[in-house]
Design a protein around this ligand. Structure first.
Ligand SMILES: [Mn+2]
Length: 468
């Protein structure tokens, strides 16, 4: 069965359910989960259905059992649930479940369960690159009604949030992009991929640039200004500070070369700095929503700071929500910048760098919802050789340890992190999951040391196996 067949089956099943009942939507708190929720909300609204949405960080057994006594008969789980299929179906017996996910799963659904699981891994697709949860939700929405093709942008925003784009989309994401382009909702343009270029002057863009991290410029406006001066690019003209799009062609070239030198990261950085931009012509040019990548970051910023309702509102066109979300985005960037600065200061101290792995022990310095963002940024920063495993640890408010694992670089090379995480938590307790190149877990605090030694031990064994 291909993915369309799964989605069609889900839509047919959904249409059979009584339409008077409200629907419950549970989504993951990142850009993909929130984009999927916004998309589904809109599609269900068009069907005349009401729904109640919750955006959550982890789907644990406790969370699942808390749904048992809710007065809802139909549940959608977006961007989560694939590794909790058994607890979902056993604890929510009698409810209709729709699980739209793109994470790996161990055990398929049992035949008799009243649940539908749609996942690219069910049909041999790559859940890390071919389609995200918001993409799956988009396909479902189109099955409900083909007029939902106008929601294609949200399907891509989620994919961008999950770093599924690498100089273009692949797989089903490519088809979703085509839908958006056909409807005139997205324009693809080549350009310098600097975050925030549409919403602030160039010197601010540089000083707030976290991806790539610019040593000694990120986090320092004065350094950004003198960097521009060195490159003979005037930071301001008679109208005030200049913006990236106001630069002349030669100035752009000098900026590009200057950034490359500064990064000293080699050829790969060139490719990363220059590439396709996904612009949304119907969104105001001076908002993050104009650039699909920044749209994704806005959703992430809201999700990771417990303000998902702002993200949902902004996605669905609410101006007041967008306004508040933008303020939140600025403080989110400040938080990331200071976390990165901490990281650079701590190399050789709380950041332990070995040949095959890097251990980032943030404790309470980096909030648990951001540790994944930080390890992701570092994994894409060219700081470590391709294949190096980055392990970030941070303490949660409830005193547990959140772990985020990423592989440095863009390739699929390196150990299988999902397996690594799974094998480790079997010994230490806790729960987790993910993909071969990105995985996470939450473990009891008293098991932190055991977790680290076990994980590293397993990692070395996996690497040895690969070399035999
Ligand atoms: Mn996702």
């Amino acid at each position: 069965m291909d993915l369309y067949a799964y989605v069609q089956q889900a839509a047919a099943r959904f249409k059979q359910l009584p339409s008077s009942q409200p629907v419950r939507v549970i989504a993951n708190y990142d850009a993909d989960g929130i984009a999927a929720a916004a998309l589904l909300l809109k599609a269900l609204q068009r069907e005349g259905r009401t729904c109640a949405v919750s955006v959550i960080g982890q789907l644990s057994t406790e969370v699942i059992t808390s749904f048992q006594h809710e007065p809802y008969g139909t549940y959608f789980f977006l961007d989560l649930g694939a590794n909790m299929l058994t607890p979902l179906t056993t604890h929510l017996l009698g409810k209709h479940l729709f699980i739209f996910d793109h994470h790996y799963f161990d055990k398929a659904l049992s035949q008799e369960a009243d649940a539908v699981h749609v996942n690219p891994y069910l049909c041999g697709m790559d859940g890390t690159k071919d389609i995200s949860a918001s993409g799956v939700t988009y396909l479902f929405a189109c099955c409900l009604n083909s007029s939902n093709r106008d929601l294609s942008v949200l399907g891509l925003v989620g994919a961008l949030g999950d770093a599924q784009e690498a100089h273009g989309f692949q797989g089903m994401n490519q088809d979703i992009l085509q839908d958006a382009v056909d409807l005139g909702l997205i324009e693809v343009k080549e350009g310098i991929r600097l975050f925030g270029a549409r919403t602030k002057p160039l010197y601010k863009v540089l000083s707030q640039c976290t991806n790539p991290y610019l040593p000694s410029i990120t986090g320092n406006e004065r350094a950004a200004l003198s960097f521009l001066e060195e490159l003979h690019i005037p930071a301001r003209d008679s109208n005030g500070f200049r913006w990236l799009h106001q630069l002349q062609r030669e100035e752009l070239q000098r900026l590009f070369d200057g950034l490359l030198l500064r990064k000293a990261g080699g050829i790969e950085t060139t490719e990363k700095l220059f590439g396709p931009l996904y612009l949304l012509p119907r969104q105001k040019i001076d908002t993050p929503l104009h650039d699909a990548r920044e749209f994704a970051t806005l959703l992430n910023a809201c999700g990771k700071t417990n303000k998902s309702s702002l993200a949902l509102g902004a996605s669905l066109g609410d101006a007041a929500c967008l306004d508040k979300a933008m303020t939140l985005l600025s403080s989110y960037h400040r938080e990331i910048t200071s976390a990165l600065r901490w990281f650079y200061e701590q190399r050789g101290k709380a950041v332990i760098e070995q040949e095959t792995y890097v251990l980032i022990r943030a404790e309470t310095t980096i909030r648990d919802s951001l540790i994944g963002v930080i390890t992701s940024l570092l994994s894409k920063s060219n700081l470590y050789p391709e294949g190096t495993v980055l392990i970030g640890l941070s303490q949660t408010l409830s005193g547990e340890i959140k772990v985020s694992c990423r592989i440095s670089g863009d390739s699929e090379r390196g150990p299988d992190l999902r397996r690594l995480m799974h094998d480790t938590i079997t010994l230490t307790g806790g729960h987790g999951g993910g993909h071969p190149i990105a995985a996470g877990a939450v473990i009891p605090q008293e098991k932190e040391e055991l977790f680290i030694t076990t994980l590293i031990d397993r990692l070395q064994k996996q690497l040895l196996e690969e070399h035999i």
